[in-house]
Structure formats: C-alpha cells, structure tokens
Design a protein around this ligand. Structure first.
Ligand SMILES: [Zn+2]
Length: 326
C-alpha cells in the first residue's frame, strides 16, 4: 500500500494567535477545493519538522520528513553536490556559496554567473560551479579558500550529512535542488521531471504524471516536493505564493489524490517549514499536516496554521516512519 507525501516547501507562515487582526496566511488565502475536500475526509496534525536550535530550512526539515532527524546543522554543500550529481573525491568537500547583492538580497542570475567565473579564477585548486540563480558550488580539499569569503559571497556552514537509510522503495519527485540532494544522499531514488524548475512556474502536471507512474509501479513511498511556495515567499511575492498553492491544488493534488485512492494508499500533505512573504525569511514554527484518509474526518477545517494551533505538537523525529510511511 503506497504512502504518498506532498511537501509544500515554505508554504506555512508565522501567525500571532493572540491578535484578532493577524494577517491571513497564504494557506488561508488560497482557494484549494481539492485540499479542503481531503481534509474533510482526513485528519490534521501539528508537526514539528525543525528540531529546536537548528536552522529552519529544507536541509533540516526534509531529512526529518524522510525519516532522519538531524541533531546538528546539515551540510548544504553535500546536499547540492548530490542534487547536481557532482562527485566529491575522497578527502574533498563541497560548499554551497550564495551570491548576495549589496542590500543582502539574492543576486540576479547573471551576476551570480559572473561571480562564479571570478571566484573560479581566484581558486586554482578548487572547482567553482554556478548551480542556478544565486547559488554556487565550490568543491575541493578543505578548508574553503579565503577567496570565497569576500563581500557578496556567503558560504553555508559545513555540517552533518544525512545517512543512507533509504532504498529504491522510496522515490522522490522534485526539481534539481535540496530535496533531490537529501533524498539521493539518503539512498532513495530520485526522479527529476522535465519542466520541474523548483520555481513558481514549474510544470506541476508533469510532476503529477511522474509521481503517479511511481505509484503504479508499486513504489512503497512516493514523495513529491514543490519548491514554488518557498521561492515566491523569498521574493516577497505574496500573491504569487497564493497562486502557486492554488495551482498545486488543481494540477497536482487532484490527480495524485485520485491515484492514491485507486491504489488504496494514504496521502500526507505538509510544508517542510514556513517562509514569510512579508520578510522573505524562513520560520521554524510547527507546520500543519494532513493525513488522508482518516477515520472521522476534520469537517469544516482547512490545512492552515490556525486550524492546528490548539493541537499538541508532534515531533517528526518521534515517529517519522509512522508519519510519512503509514
Ligand atoms: Zn527557502
């Protein structure tokens, strides 16, 4: 019986429960009739995906959702290298380096490509790749060369690497990015559909077709990662974040729910962490999580932060396999 998990990257947002005039969140604003119908036949829980003290981000939360709870910051460089299938020689490391402009905002892609060429020229013993957008990857022997520490370049800290605890019974469908890297390091099979960009413009229908193919082949766990909500929130584009959630409902959740129902499986839907479109910053608050189908159903409720605010917080680490693998 297949267990499907759809991860809505950065979809949730911080809420101030005491304030009656609190901003509606994107999950509250988005019209999601399919998701609402699933909640009516499912149950909601409040899930802590980011262990206390660790940075709120996909490199922390996605390993936890896949069954390994990090105890220390996770190595973003190793994840990006795995995502882009860059082999790391024995004794070498990979570092993710972000290119930011003088306001601390993500640099434009052309500027990041130029920064990659300049850094590569200054680091003869290391390789520098432009991955996408503002993201670079430096590989070679430690330590990271000092020339990668100049103004505008922001290396991620080294950290722990997710262990290989999964096998091909887990398949992840995603764009080339953190989720793909995490899944590959953990030993899952990774499918990157044509047209999957990780951005709000991604081809969701194509992602659904690939996920349904994995369900049809009898894969035990199928995880679908959607990067668009997080990217829209980083760009502080609140309307785009709502729009991508509405498109996910129509183009991805509808066909996947039909396939899960036909297979007699279970479907879970949750953000990995929050990302506030007012600030562009990640949020570590526990996230709302749908499990479908479930006994009595949560009539009238929706998958929102406030709908689960009074529920006890469940730690994803306390029983990740129960939560995501049925
Ligand atoms: Zn993010």
């Amino acid at each position: 019986v297949v267990a499907v998990l759809v991860i809505l990257d950065g979809a949730s947002e911080p809420t101030d429960r005491r304030s009656a005039s609190a901003h509606p969140t994107s999950l509250e604003l988005a019209r999601t009739p399919v998701l609402d119908g699933l909640v009516a036949q499912g149950s909601l829980m409040r899930l802590r995906t980011v262990p206390p003290g660790l940075p709120a981000g996909s490199e922390t939360a996605i390993p936890a959702l896949l069954g390994w709870t990090p105890r220390a910051p996770v190595d973003r460089g190793a994840i990006e290298a795995a995502a882009y299938e860059v082999a790391i020689a024995a004794g070498h490391r990979a570092w993710r380096v972000d290119v930011l402009d003088r306001h601390g905002e993500r640099a434009r892609e052309l500027d990041a490509m130029r920064a990659a060429r300049e850094l590569d020229a200054r680091t003869p013993h290391h390789e520098v790749r432009h991955l996408a957008e503002h993201r670079l990857l430096v590989t070679g022997s430690p330590p990271l060369p000092a020339s990668a520490l100049v103004d505008g370049l922001h290396p991620w800290p080294e950290g722990s690497v997710p262990p290989r605890i999964l096998d091909s019974q887990t398949t992840l469908v995603a764009a080339r990015g953190a989720a793909a890297g995490v899944a590959r390091l953990m030993g899952a099979s990774v499918l990157i559909p044509n047209g999957a960009t990780g951005r709000p413009d991604t081809d969701l229908a194509c992602k659904a077709v690939v996920a349904i193919g994995a369900i049809a082949r009898g894969t035990g766990r199928v995880i679908v990662h959607i990067g668009g909500p997080d990217e829209a929130a980083h760009a502080r584009n609140a309307a785009q974040k709502v729009a991508v959630l509405e498109r996910v409902d129509r183009e991805l959740l509808a066909p996947i729910a039909r396939a899960v129902r036909a297979a007699g499986g279970t479907l879970r839907v949750c953000p990995d962490h929050g990302c506030d479109p007012r600030t562009g910053a990640h949020d570590a608050s526990p996230v709302p999580c749908l499990i479908w189908p479930a006994g009595q159903g949560a009539a009238g409720a929706r998958l929102t932060e406030r709908a689960v605010a009074e529920l006890p917080v469940m730690d994803v680490g306390a029983g990740a396999s129960d939560l995501v693998a049925a």
